[in-house]
Design a protein around this ligand. Structure first.
Ligand code: HEM
Length: 378
């Protein structure tokens, strides 16, 4: 459970990142360029994750500064750039086909079938993660306890824990890496889908903007506005339904004996996974499942955090996404800010074809044109 102070600090960080992201969009607008949304959203998401997990934040005017973190000797921009490269490499590796994964649990045969060198690349990535995160952890430990208690990021919290409760270094690094790796792209992917839908459905886009104008007005949207924007919630939920970024859930079950489930025969030894994509497109559960209709969530509220299995885009139970509150709040805020400040128009045909890697992405990345709305948000 996060303390109110940490919740407020995370919200303030999200808002600062939203400002930086919006400024980047306005640079494209000023240059008359269309925006390639994926790179822009990924950069913002990495910025947010590195800030909330490691407490490292790069201020535009301080490209090479490190002073906020107790005299770190590492260049902030270098650390963030390397984190971004490592996340990208991790995604590529997870998405690569490796014959060994399908045929063998024995290491030597797995190595023999690893034609693309996935194994050695994974080992090199793991070594990079250990070195870079190891240095960040070491530097944080040098900060005195009083200062550490004032910091709101996950690493500082974990380093400040009583000694007998602390994780070993290898586990600590694994947790930090997993949070950044899993949390970075998925938020960007969700927002890319949501914006694609806004470009395709200008009527729905206007409806969100009307709600924002009415509830928030001319100042920038903040976290505390989120509960007062029900239609914006519906749009994000409908995006999660139609384009769940994590379509296969790991509530894995092993059949210990041969069994029949409905009309299917499941042999002993089979691992079964939950296909959330199929559930959220099932016409016996969702009327008109192929129609993007956010209003359906106005008619019936559905909790998407794991308690309603008709739509559990963050999973459910023991392996539920630990970043779901943060991911959802970030998506609500950034989506609201992007729509509050800009009208989004088609720059290239929007294709909704999907591509499954670690998350389910748009196969053809979204490129769209932003136009400043008349409302002044600064
Ligand atoms: C809109 C945003 C997000 C979506 C849709 C999402 C979705 C998911 C899904 C579907 C899973 C797998 C659950 C399962 O296999 O049963 C998952 C796991 C995970 N997510 Fe998220 N997630 C989001 C944001 C985040 C964020 C912001 C973080 C980090 C702060 C994060 C960290 C993780 C981690 C560490 C796991 C692995 C948990 C485990 O294996 O036990 N996620 N997420």
């Amino acid at each position: 459970m996060l303390s109110p102070r940490r919740v407020a600090a995370l919200a303030a960080l999200r808002a600062r990142v939203a400002d930086r992201m919006s400024k980047n969009v306005s640079l494209h607008v000023a240059a008359g360029q269309a925006s390639s949304m994926r790179a822009l959203l990924q950069a913002a998401s990495l910025d947010n994750m590195v800030g909330s997990v490691l407490g490292l934040e790069q201020h535009p005017q301080q490209q090479e500064e490190d002073g906020r973190h107790g005299g770190s000797s590492m260049s902030m921009s270098m650390v963030i750039k390397e984190m971004g490269e490592m996340v990208k490499e991790g995604y590529e590796l997870v998405g690569m086909f490796n014959l060994g994964d399908h045929f063998s649990s024995s290491m030597w045969l797995w190595g023999l079938l690893d034609f693309h060198g996935v194994g050695p690349r994974c080992q090199r990535l793991a070594a990079r993660v250990r070195v870079l995160f190891g240095r960040v952890v070491e530097e944080r430990r040098r900060i005195n306890k009083d200062e550490l208690h004032k910091m709101d990021d996950l690493l500082s919290y974990m380093v400040a824990m009583p000694e007998d409760e602390r994780l070993q270094d290898s586990d600590l690094i694994a947790v930090l890496w997993e949070m950044i790796f899993r949390g970075t792209d998925v938020v960007a992917i969700l927002l890319e889908w949501a914006l694609a839908r806004m470009v395709l459905h200008p009527d729905i886009q206007s409806k969100v903007q009307q709600e924002l104008d009415m509830v928030v007005g001319h100042r920038p949207m903040v976290d505390s506005d989120i509960p007062n924007l029900p239609f914006l919630h519906c749009v994000i939920k409908e995006t999660l339904r139609m384009h769940p970024p994590g379509p296969l859930l790991s509530w894995a079950r092993l059949a210990v004996q041969d069994v029949r489930v409905g009309k299917y025969f499941v042999p002993a030894g089979t691992t079964a996974m939950v296909n959330m994509w199929a559930i959220s497109h099932d016409e016996t559960i969702w009327g008109d499942p192929w129609v993007f209709r956010p209003e359906r969530f106005m008619e019936e509220d559905v909790n998407v955090l794991g308690s309603d299995l008709r739509l559990a885009p963050f999973g459910s139970g023991r392996r539920v996404c630990p970043g779901r509150m943060m991911g959802l709040s970030t998506a609500y805020l950034w989506f609201g800010r992007l729509l509050q400040e800009y009208k989004w128009l088609m720059a290239q045909p929007v294709k909704l074809a999907e591509c499954l890697r670690l998350s389910m992405e748009m196969k053809k990345p979204l490129v769209c044109r932003a136009v400043h709305r008349n409302k002044t948000v600064y």
